[in-house]
Design a binder for this molecule. Structure first.
Ligand code: CP
Ligand code: NVA
Length: 311
């Protein structure tokens, strides 16, 4: 009798470890195959529970369509329709769902709930965004950059302008993992979590990536080959809207800021965008924008992630 393999979660992009680049390569293959109408049901008869505590357009759709492409079934579950919403514990929910399905995709308000679900589930748990990270988004983003840069991260620089949030955290770690130079500009009071920055610095030392943190947007975008931004008010932070819009007023990605990056620098946003706040219409709709490719690539990346964790 062979011992069962331990289950594998994706709570942080770092959990992919040395599989990050192979997953990106597989996403490229899956994308090319899908374009040719070729879809192999590599996860036939598998089932995924998708618990979403917050709204979603891209993550939900890409997981549902991706699971369907792979021959698997997705169950979308809102906590308000589950006993979880009436006080059943996360641990009990995890143990019960583990008896029915093969993977849990979880969008949570709190990272500690994500970790608690993973702790009690005997099947893989995939972080579909929490207040600490958004790993699936960043697998798609790195895949998108690899398409634009012909697989070459080293020697390129990605700049972030805006909030020190979940997406920035995963980008800091993911860029450091693949050797992509990274700079960010965040205002005082909204810097990224120092524990993530320190983890990214350790990874960057190994990959040779340079990591530079600023408060000035112009300093961060100087020499950048791509400029990335995200909302100033993440889901769950709505009560802070007024204070945040004031703090981030100088952090808009507009034509003037973009002109200070490398000529032709790519423009990125994980979406949904608040046009006129963190990004202007001319920039998000302009020729340098790759936001729609980022969004589409969620589908191919999601499939590669599912295959890796469920293989
Ligand atoms: N970028 C992203 O995760 O979008 P959704 O909130 O629509 O899933
Ligand atoms: N930082 C944003 C990302 C949305 C996909 C949020 O957490 O709301």
């Amino acid at each position: 009798m062979t011992a069962a393999r331990p289950k594998r979660d994706l709570l942080s992009i770092v959990d992919l470890g040395k599989d990050l680049l192979p997953v990106i390569k597989r996403a490229a293959r899956l994308k090319a195959d899908r374009r040719r109408g070729l879809m192999r049901p590599t996860l036939r008869h598998k089932n995924a529970a998708m618990i979403f505590e917050k709204p979603s357009t891209r993550t939900r759709t890409s997981f549902e369509v991706g699971l369907n492409d792979l021959g698997a079934h997705a169950l979308y579950m809102s906590p308000k329709d589950m006993q979880l919403g009436r006080g059943e514990t996360i641990a009990d929910t995890a143990r019960v769902l583990s008896r029915f399905v093969d993977v849990i995709v979880y969008r949570a308000f709190r990272h500690q709930d994500e970790a608690e679900l993973a702790r009690w589930a005997s099947i893989p748990v995939i972080n579909a965004l929490d207040d600490r990270e958004h790993p699936c988004q960043v697998v798609s983003d790195l895949f998108t950059l690899s398409e634009k840069w012909k697989g070459k991260y080293v020697g390129h620089r990605l700049a972030w302008v805006g909030d020190g949030n979940n997406v920035l955290h995963s980008l800091l770690l993911g860029s450091a993992m693949v050797g992509l130079d990274f700079s960010c500009a965040t205002p005082d009071g909204y810097h990224p979590d120092p524990t993530i920055v320190s983890e990214a610095r350790t990874l960057a030392q190994k990959s040779g990536a340079h990591l530079d943190l600023f408060t000035e947007p112009a300093a961060a975008v100087k020499g950048a080959d791509a400029v990335y931004t995200d909302v100033w008010v993440s889901m769950g932070e709505e009560a802070e809207q007024t204070a945040r819009e004031k703090a981030f007023a100088g952090y808009q990605v507009n034509a003037t800021l973009l002109a200070q990056a490398r000529p032709g620098a790519l423009v990125m946003h994980d979406l949904p965008a608040h046009r006129g706040l963190e990004i202007t219409d001319d920039v998000i709709d302009g020729p340098q924008s790759i936001v729609w490719d980022q969004a589409e690539n969620r589908l191919h990346a999601q499939k590669a992630i599912l295959e890796k964790l469920l293989a």
